[in-house]
Design a protein around this ligand. Sequence first.
Ligand code: GLN
Length: 228
Amino acid sequence: ALTIGVLAMQGAFREHEQMLRSLGCVVVQVRKPEQLSRLDGLILPGGESTTIGKLMADFGLDGAIRERAAAGMPLWGTCAGLILLAQRIERSAQKRLGLMDITAVRNAFGRQVDSFEIALDIPVLDGLDALSTDGVDETAIADKTVDAKETVDANRTGGHIRRGAFPAVFIRAPYIAEAGPDVQILARHEGKAVLARQGHLLAAAFHPELTTDDRMHRYFLKMVAERA
Ligand code: GLN
C-alpha cells in the first residue's frame, strides 16, 4: 500500500484522509518533519493558506517538504494548498512553499458567491481506469470506480452534470493567473485555470475531498505510484 501524508496544520485534512483510506492507502497526519521520510506522497489541504503557511514554518515543515519535493516526492495542493505551492501569490507576501511556476490569485471567484459546485471537464480523468496502477490497491480502486460513476450519473442533479464531468466544489477558491512553460493546465472554469500539473506537483483550486467522486485522488495516486 502507498503511504500518503496529509499536512494536518489546519483545514480539511480529515476529509482527504478518509478518501485516501477508502482507496487502500496508509495515511499519516503530518505535523513534524520526521514524518516526511516514510511518505510516498503528500497532500496540502484546503483551509486558510496564511495560517497553514505560518504553522508550516513554525513547525519547521516548509524546508523539509521542499527537500522531499526536490527529491521527487509527489505533492498535491487543494485550494489553500494550491496557494502554498505557488511561487507567486498576487498581492501577498505570505509564507509559501513556492514550488510551482504559477501565479495564484486568492478568493478569485467573487465575494457574492463564496462557494459553489460545478461540473468540471477534466480530460485527464477520462480513461483513468485503463491506466496502470502499480503499487496501488487495485481492488479498492476498481470498486470505487463503479461507486464514483454511479454517484455522478445517478445522484448529481438529475442530468445537469455532463457524463464524466467532475463535481468540483469551490470555496473562496483561488485560480491560476499565469503558468510557466513546464506547467500543464488540466482544467479551466470560466476560462480561468483551476487544475494544473508540473511534473510531480499537482494543484487544484477546488475540493475533491468534499465529494464522493474519488477520481482526482486516484489520479494523484497514479502519479505517486509512477514515482514510488
Ligand atoms: N481563500 C482561502 C485562502 O486564501 C482558501 C480557501 C480554501 O482552501 N477553501 O487561503
